[in-house]
Design a protein around this ligand. Structure first.
Ligand SMILES: [Zn+2]
Length: 223
């Protein structure tokens, strides 16, 4: 805790004053570039990875960067997505998974989840990920399972995202693009799903709106 308190002191005494204009502007409102959905994992920092400032990213974080499909029980994710699109007018939504994700490890091997009923329940929103891994990738070498699970889960959550009325309406109006990313903790590389190849490639090589194009071209992996 001391590290945090010392950090607040340094922020207030050194950083804040140097960016006074930014914080003054932000006190009047926000106009974020994108809705960024990622894992709660402490090893990924959306603003650091994208080199963005306060005010640039509207962020949802939870275990496994999971977005429950739209339904009658409106949770925090649904409300945040709706607000980002309908009120803030966000034009890009990114779901960013990451390597070495503990939530994805639990999807591949649920041992121990009996003692974590809340986590177990939450991961049911990634049941499609689990089923894809069991049926499509059953021959995959053990060492490739986790990386593939992380990628497939990002694509599954993109599908869940599309069930939200605000998302689908904005996509239909042609006013929004979805992006499926994976951050590699060990290299700093950010991969994006590229519909042309059906693979994740470094984000600099992928076109914009890759996830949306994937659907138009007939779905992932078949392209
Ligand atoms: Zn994670």
């Amino acid at each position: 805790m001391k590290k945090l308190l010392d950090g607040i002191h340094r922020f207030q005494s050194g950083v804040f004053g140097a960016q006074q204009a930014l914080f003054s502007r932000l006190s009047k409102g926000q106009d974020p570039e994108a809705l960024f959905i990622t894992c709660s994992d402490s090893r990924i920092n959306p603003n650091l990875v994208t080199q963005t400032d306060p005010g640039d990213l509207f962020i949802i974080r939870n275990a496994g960067n999971i977005i429950p499909a739209y339904g009658p029980l409106h949770g925090g994710e649904a409300a945040t997505i709706e607000y980002a699109i309908e009120v803030l007018g966000v034009k890009d939504v990114i779901i960013c998974g990451h390597t070495h994700c503990g939530a994805m490890k639990s999807i591949l091997d649920p041992t121990g989840l009996e003692e974590l009923p809340a986590v177990k329940g939450w991961l049911t929103h990634a049941d499609a990920t689990r089923r894809i891994m069991k049926t499509v990738y059953k021959e995959l070498p053990e060492e490739e399972l986790l990386e593939t699970c992380v990628e497939e889960n990002v694509l599954v959550q993109i599908e869940n995202l599309r069930t939200h009325p605000a998302v689908l309406a904005a996509l239909t109006r042609g006013e929004m693009q979805l992006h499926a990313w994976v951050y590699e903790i060990e290299t700093g590389v950010v991969d994006a799903f590229d519909a042309d190849t059906g693979q994740f490639v470094p984000v600099q090589q992928a076109g914009r709106g890759v996830a949306e194009r994937a659907e138009r071209l007939g779905g992932r992996r078949q392209i």
